[in-house]
Design a protein around this ligand. Structure first.
Ligand SMILES: *Cc1c(COP(=O)(O)O)cnc(C)c1O
Length: 362
């Protein structure tokens, strides 16, 4: 890793593994002797089909996606899926949503255009609410398993009775940990948090949930149509799929604490988060307000108790090579997003900076 690049804590689009960026740069003008950039290739040509098939196979292997789930490469982002999911799954009926923060609230609002939406429980943005009023005849239950803005994460998926499928928006922790497929009907995520460039949306959908789209569903967003065409019903985001494929190869080869692949990535994420939360908790100068049992391993919002120091903090962080620590405008404060590609060294540097800034201003 080069020492010259700063550490980038953006919530998304976010930092990517440096070896991937270097490979993309090296292959930019001529992908593996083809004489073309991946951006210039037909999505139906032999070269791109090979890139896409490998990316899908590597992703399936990494997340141990069962054969009765289809993997779709789509566009529209996480917000697009807030409409695309109800168009495909609601059958015009009932949808339950557990609101744990900003993104699940947005999902509920959007789904109301297509379905009878009920908020089954609503959290305070700092915890996962306990009692859920679920309807046994709901078409599905929607959860956001990592609230990027609030920093609230499900560390275990619920077991839902009556066979109501669970839809999870896992945009900001996809590929940071395994997914319990037995408890999921559909999972979606935008790539730009943990996987690659913006423009690619990943959808994992159980076979039995295909084929129930409303008539008004655009064909390009009909999961059954997209699945039947191997994600090539219309032009997929080819360059983003290529970069995501390189990230999948990077994850497969990732080694940490005697492990390899996704297990190594997960342990690395656990250790990074523990380091940062314990530094925040040990200080009277900073604070994270999320209940410890559901703190996100990926997005760590925190506040300076003296908010008049916010601008000085951000300026000093930037000067120290620590970028994009400003919190989301809706909550203020700071936020460190520590996705897969953030090295432990980046978190150590941040923790040292936190202590140093506190020593100078505390
Ligand atoms: C970023 C994000 C979104 C929105 O993604 P877009 O690609 O901007 O539409 C939705 N849900 C979650 C959990 C996110 O982190």
């Amino acid at each position: 890793m080069s020492l010259s690049r700063p550490f980038n804590f953006s919530a998304g689009p976010a930092t990517l593994p440096e070896p991937v960026l270097r490979q993309v740069a090296a292959e930019m003008l001529d992908w593996q002797g083809s004489g073309m950039s991946v951006m210039e290739m037909s999505h139906r040509g032999r070269e791109f089909i090979s890139i896409c098939e490998r990316a899908e196979a590597d992703l399936r292997e990494l997340l141990a996606v069962p054969n009765h789930f289809r993997i779709l490469f789509m566009q529209g982002g996480g917000l697009g899926e807030n409409a695309i999911v109800p168009l495909n799954l609601s059958r015009g009926g009932k949808v339950d949503v557990v609101v744990t923060g900003s993104w699940s609230r947005k999902s509920a609002t959007e789904a109301r255009r297509y379905a009878d939406v009920q908020i089954a429980a609503e959290g305070d943005g700092r915890s996962i609410p306990r009692d859920w009023a679920l309807r046994s005849d709901a078409a599905y239950l929607h959860l956001c398993t990592n609230e990027t803005i609030d920093g609230v994460e499900f560390h275990e998926l619920p077991r839902v009775a009556n066979g109501v499928p669970v839809v999870v928006d896992c945009s900001s922790h996809l590929l940071s940990r395994p997914i319990d497929w037995e408890r999921v009907g559909l999972a979606f995520g935008g790539a730009q948090k943990n996987i690659g460039p913006a423009g690619l949306t990943l959808v994992f959908v159980r076979d039995d949930l295909l084929g129930h789209a409303l008539d008004i569903c655009p064909s390009a967003f009909n999961y059954a149509t997209v699945a039947a065409a191997q994600s090539m019903y219309n032009t997929p985001p080819t360059f983003a799929i290529y970069v995501a494929g390189l990230v999948f190869q990077w994850v497969k080869a990732f080694e940490y604490a005697g492990q390899r692949g996704l297990a190594a990535i997960e342990q690395h994420n656990i250790d990074k988060a523990a380091l940062l939360y314990s530094a925040l908790d040990a200080s009277g100068f900073y604070e994270n307000r999320v209940e410890p049992a559901c703190r996100s391993r990926m997005n760590v919002p925190f506040f300076l108790r003296d908010e008049s120091l916010n601008d000085a903090f951000l300026a000093a962080a930037k000067a120290a090579g620590l970028l994009q620590l400003k919190g989301h405008k809706s909550v203020g404060g700071m936020r460190a997003s520590i996705y897969n590609a953030m090295p432990l060294e980046g978190v150590r540097t941040l923790v040292d900076f936190l202590k140093d800034f506190e020593a100078r201003h505390g």
